[in-house]
Design a protein around this ligand. Structure first.
Ligand SMILES: Nc1ncnc2c1ncn2[C@@H]1O[C@H](COP(=O)(O)OP(=O)(O)O)[C@@H](O)[C@H]1O
Ligand SMILES: Cc1cn([C@H]2C[C@H](O)[C@@H](COP(=O)(O)OP(=O)(O)O)O2)c(=O)[nH]c1=O
Length: 212
């Protein structure tokens, strides 16, 4: 009996308040409509251990290096015990954030060394590929701040100023430029339905081209 073909891995990225979580359910439903068995998850978190580390990250003061090591520790557990086994079974994984967030927040935002993050990323993923497709919800920091203020109280990272989120946005732009075949930019400054249309178009454009 031959092994199941590797499943597909999709990540959603963007600064806090960009609107990515609002589209998670529709993305999973679209994949299910294509006949996929979908695992929906998130980072930081996704496993009991990584959720414990998430709680520390969001609520305790620490420097950028400590943040990077914590999120990669959580990602290692998430990758090894949940994502990689699901992909090996041919399931489709959709994660609200993945490694690009570390480059954007701890790299560009906090100033932690980009190439050191690339080394950590390679170790944590056993040198293998990460997401097949990343939808980058790109919006200006002022719009994202207004959305966050209307929606919820801020956690430790969300309370950082607009200059921080401008650097994080630049970090996502750098990752997109470095990975043009994987990262699709969504104009998340549009109204909700316009963003939803772009998301579906991006999925449709990518889907038939995937080699299994
Ligand atoms: N395109 C949009 N236009 C206006 N408000 C939006 C849009 N997308 C999301 N929102 C609202 O902004 C807030 C943050 O959205 P959310 O999806 O939680 O963002 P994220 O997951 O990127 O932090 C929510 O109240 C949501 O309803
Ligand atoms: C995955 C990841 C997230 N983060 C930050 C981004 C967010 O501010 C925070 C929590 O992410 P998230 O769960 O997306 O926040 P929310 O649901 O409140 O929008 O963690 C990092 O700093 N580094 C990382 O590697």
């Amino acid at each position: 009996m031959s092994a199941a073909p590797r499943g597909r891995f999709i990540s959603l990225e963007g600064i806090d308040g960009a609107g990515k979580s609002s589209h998670l359910g529709a993305i999973s439903r679209w994949l299910q409509d294509q006949g996929e068995d979908v695992v929906q998850t998130r980072e930081p978190g996704g496993t009991p251990l990584a959720e414990t580390l998430r709680d520390l990250l969001l609520n305790r003061e620490m420097d950028g290096l400590t943040e990077a090591l914590l999120v990669f520790a959580g990602r290692r557990d998430h990758w090894r015990t949940r994502i990689a086994p699901a992909l090996a079974q041919g399931r489709c994984v959709v994660s609200d954030r993945f490694a690009d967030a570390t480059f954007a927040y701890q790299g560009a935002g906090r100033g932690f060394d980009w190439s050191a993050l690339q080394t950590l990323e390679s170790w944590v993923l056993d040198g293998g590929p990460g997401p097949d497709l990343t939808l980058w919800f790109d919006v200006d920091p002022a719009t994202a701040a207004r959305r966050r203020a209307a929606a919820r109280a801020s956690d430790r990272l969300e309370a950082l100023d607009e200059a921080f989120f401008a650097r994080v946005r630049d970090g996502y732009a750098r990752r997109a430029a470095e990975n043009p075949q994987r990262v699709v930019r969504i104009d998340a400054g549009q109204p909700l339905d316009g963003v939803g249309t772009q998301v579906l178009q991006a999925l449709q454009a990518w889907w038939p081209g995937r080699a299994r």
